[in-house]
Design a protein around this ligand. Structure first.
Ligand code: 13P
Ligand code: SF4
Length: 314
């Protein structure tokens, strides 16, 4: 279908069905442009929790759809491609995580939102990269904490809070691939550029960064900082909003180790397309389902995160 036609048809279906389209910053620019809300994982959960729409179309990955479904069990939650998974969530199988938690019964369990609903069911409080530091710091310094699944994020939070959380050894295949050498080469070409990195990157990359933050925080930093050039070490979809917000600034995607591949694009996120978004609204499928018993447990740590975030004004 011709793109203009597709845009009109998606808009028409959205209105007819009282649907809301939510998109993560890692979606392609056409999907971001048609979405009602574009945000990071925290903002998408917050928007889902308060929407009046009958249908939520979550243009992101599966765990984001699950989070929306858990928060809105009576709404239909759709995702354009049901295979849009997450390597980080997959690095933490629920049965293995349950054994890890059982082996440390005196620990509070903090899980990154990039986890399955089943892992969230074993969790005391969920965090995103926007609020992980503040939520960890909301516990007393002597609190024993398990943090999973992202090892890089966990290490980073340990380093900035002085905590010694016990970490699960998971990683995101996109963020793990950013190369220190390649970023330093770029820095020679753009010596004035500020390096902005997502905390899922390796520690060696984070050490180079002028600013470390979630996708929303990186975007805000680029908006408010007076620098004209930025090297961005996260999934390159975020550059679309950055360029829209600051058309006069230059954003350079940090290259992965292997510059012959587009490894700074999340292949899962990029499974969603405008055509699939249209089909998904038209046919109201694929739909996200979460087992009722799991959802009843998983909603508690998600709500706890939303409550703490609201209290902290995040
Ligand atoms: P944000 O919390 O910044 O949205 O990050 C989500 C994510 O999947 C990063 O890879
Ligand atoms: Fe998961 Fe990494 Fe893709 Fe984010 S970029 S959705 S952490 S695989």
């Amino acid at each position: 279908m011709v793109m203009d036609n597709l845009v009109d048809k998606i808009k028409q279906l959205r209105e007819e069905k009282n649907a809301v389209i939510m998109a993560h910053y890692y979606q392609t620019s056409d999907i971001q442009d048609i979405a009602d809300y574009v945000g990071d994982s925290l903002a998408l959960a917050q928007q889902a929790a308060k929407t009046n729409a009958d249908i939520i179309v979550l243009c992101g990955v599966h765990f984001m759809g699950e989070t929306a479904k858990i928060l809105c069990p009576d709404k239909k939650v759709l995702i354009p491609d049901i295979n849009a998974g997450c390597s980080l969530a997959d690095s933490c199988p629920a049965d293995e995580f349950a054994k890890f938690v059982e082996a440390h019964p005196d620990h509070t369990v903090i899980s990154y939102v990039n986890t399955s609903a089943a892992v969230k069911a074993y969790t005391d409080v969920v965090v995103t990269s926007s609020n992980a530091k503040q939520i960890v710091e909301s516990f007393p310094p002597e609190e024993k904490i398990i943090f999973g699944p992202d090892h890089n994020l966990g290490n980073y939070i340990n380093s900035i809070t002085g905590r010694n959380m016990l970490l699960w050894d998971g990683a995101c295949h996109v963020h793990a691939k950013f190369s220190v050498e390649k970023i330093l080469e770029l820095k020679k070409i753009y010596p004035q550029a500020k390096i902005l990195a997502h905390p899922e990157c390796k520690g060696a990359v984070l050490k180079l960064a002028d600013f470390v933050g979630s996708t929303a925080a990186i975007l805000k930093y680029a908006r408010n900082n007076e620098s004209k050039e930025f090297i961005i070490a996260t999934e390159s979809g975020i550059l679309h909003k950055m360029q829209q917000a600051c058309p006069q600034k230059v954003f350079i995607p940090a290259p992965p180790e292997d510059s012959t591949c587009a490894c700074n694009e999340c292949n899962f996120m990029r499974l969603n397309t405008m055509e699939k978004l249209y089909q998904c609204l038209l046919n109201e499928t694929p739909e996200i389902h979460v087992d009722k018993k799991i959802a009843e447990k998983a909603i508690k740590p998600i709500q706890r995160m939303l409550e703490i975030s609201a209290k902290l004004g995040l």
